[in-house]
Design a protein around this ligand. Structure first.
Ligand code: GLN
Length: 485
């Protein structure tokens, strides 16, 4: 039998429910694994050993009493440190929130715990989810478990690395422009960004509110479906959460791989690493073997997606981050001469360079005189991108691309060149601009580094993504390979 920490969430749940292993044992094994590999990987900012063990014992007691088994009974989960848990620090990878204990718990986390999940800890991230490498964390650098000299991707790099390193079978992150899919691809795990509004954002610290979405990481698509079924669905505490019914995602997995797969070949012509492109072509053949038919689609406005995203996202960020003024929340400058300096000094000390850059950029694109030229125009291009997808997704069921144009890069390789870092998001930001769901699944290795296949679907059609992802994984075993740590 493989070690408990190698099992998927679904396998763990089955064993816990069958009482073959206790939830407490599951928690202990994962905490021991975490202690063994964390010195190398640095995925977590906070480990919640007591909380996880206490929850595990509660799951065991409930099962012993014959209560119905919840969907994530005894499944360890790691949570990106941008989701609030009442009374525990939420740092968002930033010094400015140091010492801030939120007075509430994010709906997504509350639903996970109510479903029997064991929260092992909070994971490292780029400050306020701004970045593609997790190098912008004010606290530490998370390493890619496949190559410790390389980044795990970002901004949810800690969650992706935690799942790749087998410290948790399941983790949660957020995706504003790719921060679930891109680190999933770079770490060789699967990640799902649900449709905008599918998961409540209550208790999620806002970066760009019209783009932010919470979603799961796991190794198998089956686990993503299980996790999504728990967190999706309307929440009265978030008025943008959708009231559409949530289908049984797990049931959809059995429906096979028949689909029209649209590939925007024109958009993939340049700038994609050769190895990543080779794995992408192979992945398409696997999908064909599973019942798919590849067709070409045209998404003419995608070349403008990066520029559009970095205007919309920074504009919204500049407004959302205005609340960190030293009066509320964590850090406060000591003995400022006046109120203006309280704001200024707190922000100067509390925010890192990337966050400052985005606040300045966002304030600029919203300023009178430039609003029409930048922000308003970006909103119009956003509409064109959304329409591109509407049209394309009539001619096909999913759009497929590589998740990332490049594999995991070395620390420092892009850190000094923000534009290069932004370009790493070329294939992921369009989905957030259009509000549609996206899946990334591991599709092999190039030069020893993981490659990811991205599938995008119509709004609220996560089922098709998960169904095709499962059909792909039934034909391959990339997702079963473990890094040597
Ligand atoms: N890398 C993108 C950015 O820096 C996306 C981040 C995200 O999805 N949170 O904005």
């Amino acid at each position: 039998m493989s070690a408990l920490h190698e099992l998927s969430a679904s396998e763990i749940r089955r064993k816990v429910v069958a009482r073959e292993v206790s939830a407490e044992e599951v928690a202990r094994v994962h905490l021991a694994r975490l202690k063994a590999v964390e010195p190398k990987v640095d995925a977590y900012l906070l480990v919640l050993e007591d909380r996880a063990l206490e929850r595990a014992r509660a799951v065991d007691r409930a099962l012993a009493q014959g209560r119905p088994a919840p969907p994530l009974a005894g499944v360890p989960v790691a949570i990106k440190d941008v989701l609030d848990i009442e009374g525990l620090p939420t740092t968002c990878g930033s010094r400015i929130l140091e010492g801030y204990p939120p007075p509430f718990t994010a709906t997504a986390v509350a639903r996970l715990e109510a479903a029997g999940a064991l929260v092992l800890g909070k994971t490292n991230m780029d400050e306020f989810a701004m970045g593609s490498s997790t190098e912008n964390s004010a606290y530490k650098k998370t390493k890619n478990p496949w190559d410790l000299t390389r980044v795990p991707g970002g901004s949810s790099g800690g969650s992706a690395a935690a799942v790749a390193a087998r410290t948790a079978p399941l983790a949660f992150g957020t995706d504003t422009g790719g921060s679930i899919r891109q680190p999933a691809a770079l770490c060789g795990v699967a990640g799902l960004k649900p449709t905008y509004g599918r998961v409540s954002r209550y208790g999620l610290v806002a970066f760009a509110s019209s783009l932010d979405q919470i979603g799961p990481f796991a190794r198998s698509v089956e686990d993503l479906a299980l996790a999504a079924s728990v967190v999706c669905g309307h929440d009265p505490l978030d008025s943008t959460s959708s009231s559409l019914p949530v289908p049984d995602f797990t049931a959809a997995l059995a429906e096979g791989g028949r689909a029209r797969i649209g590939v925007p070949w024109g958009f993939l012509k340049e700038g994609v690493d050769e190895g990543q492109m080779a794995r992408f072509r192979e992945a398409l053949s696997v999908l064909e073997k599973a019942g798919g038919r590849v067709v070409e689609v045209d998404l003419p406005h995608l070349p403008h997606a990066i520029a559009t995203y970095y205007i919309v996202a920074t504009a919204e960020a500049s407004s959302n981050l205005a609340r960190y003024d030293g009066v509320r929340y964590g850090l406060r400058a000591k003995d400022p001469a006046d109120l203006g300096r309280l704001y200024g000094e707190t922000r100067d000390r509390g925010f890192g360079p990337e966050v400052k850059r985005r606040i300045i950029l966002g304030t600029f694109v919203l300023s009178s005189g430039y609003y029409d030229a930048y922000y308003l125009r970006a909103q119009k291009v956003r509409t064109l991108i959304r329409r591109d997808f509407e049209r394309a997704l009539e001619a096909c069921d999913v759009v497929a691309t590589p998740t990332s144009p490049v594999p995991a890069f070395r620390f420092g390789e892009k850190a000094d060149d923000p534009l290069q870092m932004y370009l790493a998001d070329i294939f992921t930001v369009p989905a957030n601009l259009a509000g549609i769901p996206g899946l990334s699944i591991p599709c092999g290795f190039a030069a020893g580094l993981p490659a990811g296949l991205q599938l995008l679907a119509k709004p609220f059609d996560e089922e098709t993504l998960l169904r095709l992802g499962a059909a792909y994984q039934a034909e391959t075993d990339h997702h079963r390979q473990s890094p040597k740590l």
